[in-house]
Design a protein around this ligand. Sequence first.
Ligand SMILES: Cc1cc2nc3c(=O)[nH]c(=O)nc-3n(C[C@H](O)[C@H](O)[C@H](O)COP(=O)(O)O)c2cc1C
Length: 148
Amino acid sequence: MLHIVYESRTGQVKRFVDKVHLAFLRLKSPETPSDALVFHRISKGNIPNISTPFHMLTYTDGFGVVPEITQAFLDHGHNGRNILSIGSSGNKNWGTHQYGRAADIIAHAWDAQLSLKWELAGTVNDVVAFMKYLHSFENESRLTSPLA
Ligand SMILES: Cc1cc2nc3c(=O)[nH]c(=O)nc-3n(C[C@H](O)[C@H](O)[C@H](O)COP(=O)(O)O)c2cc1C
């Protein structure tokens, strides 16, 4: 089982996650359980303890910073120690240095891999790139890649 924790303020990360979920359900083999990918949305009133390794998706806030709730989640309990990878939605209008920078900051702070940076709700190519990235963790979970 692969756990994906995400934060979305205005809905773009949520839309990306929905597309990833749909692609997984469409492409998975009949033997792959539908709960091989589990999604956890964090929000102001919902900062859970995730006591298992997880992949995280978030967005980048004003001038290249980590969103407050994402930061609070990583600082909570052992969450930060369980993060495997981080991806960030962003907008290239913010410039190369600030684009998706939350992912760089979190990857560095928590020794996590950088899975992906994508713009807004992401393209089909972004969804495929993220699925391929998850596939690289196949040996650590029961997930059978639908892309194989
Ligand atoms: C106030 C504000 C600041 C932002 N700052 C950045 C930034 O520094 N770098 C970046 O790549 N995107 C930045 N963005 C774009 C968001 O990361 C992007 O719209 C993202 O898709 C939002 O995700 P969400 O809709 O799930 O909250 C900013 C957006 C807003 C509204």
